[in-house]
Design a protein around this ligand. Structure first.
Ligand SMILES: N[C@@H](CCC(=O)N[C@@H](CS)C(=O)NCC(=O)O)C(=O)O
Length: 212
């Protein structure tokens, strides 16, 4: 498999964690955002959505990290990324989507660049915006983690799920933008556990071959 990636892309970070957890060997194809490599005609041919990541499975390309995660779960059942019961599955999907659909899109590079360019916002305003949406999203997630995590090792029960796969990259982003995490002790504890897991650690931005 080939993963179109960028070391700092948190959606690609999710895909890397998922591939590592499933023990799938993959080739990384980095696309450098600063050079707009994700906007070239060549890449738009691969992924018309023009975003990173995309997974190439024998020439068939899958875009969107949640779709990639679910595809890997369908094709490589161990370890499962979703619990077996419908309520558990819905709760895990809900936490994953709180991150991937509610927090992350508001803080994507193209959104930040639009604030900078079209709305002439300075770095202070952009960073305040960034932290605001993380804090909003983490507030609910902290309460859910307290309810559903059994041992403060994983977001749901006591095994890895797609919620954890989405969460650790978002925590990295929160730290990168110096978000105050003191209101979220459960999330911080779960993050510390996830970071200590080799499949999560190997997906970190700073250890990727294209890291600068
Ligand atoms: N919902 C998409 C989001 C993908 C996404 O936004 N990727 C970012 C990097 S994390 C990107 O390609 N940004 C490029 C840009 O904003 O120009 C997913 O989960 O894959």
């Amino acid at each position: 498999m080939k993963l179109y990636t960028f070391f700092r892309s948190s959606a690609a970070f999710r895909a890397r964690i998922a591939l590592n957890l499933k023990g799938v060997t993959f080739e990384s194809v980095p696309k450098v955002f600063a050079r707009q490599e994700h906007r070239t005609e060549e890449y738009l041919e691969v992924n018309p959505q023009g975003l990173i990541p995309a997974l190439d499975v024998d020439g068939a390309v899958i875009s969107q990290s949640l779709a990639i995660i679910e595809y890997l779960d369908d094709t490589h059942p161990t370890p499962p990324f979703l619990p077996s019961d419908p309520l558990g599955r819905a709760r895990v999907r809900s936490m994953a989507q709180a991150i991937a659909c509610d927090i992350h899109p508001l803080n994507n590079l193209r959104v930040l660049n639009y604030l900078r360019g079209t709305f002439k916002q300075d770095e202070h305003a952009v960073n305040t915006w960034y932290r605001h949406w993380i804090t909003e999203g983490f507030r609910g997630l902290e309460v859910e983690a307290r309810r559903y995590s059994s041992a403060q090792r994983y977001l749901y029960a006591d095994s890895v799920s797609m919620a954890d796969i989405c969460f650790l990259p978002q925590l990295f982003n929160a730290r990168r933008f110096e978000t105050d995490l003191s209101p979220f002790p459960t999330l911080v504890a779960i993050g510390a556990h996830l970071e200590s897991q080799p499949d999560f650690a190997a997906a970190r931005p700073e250890v990727q071959p294209d890291a600068t």
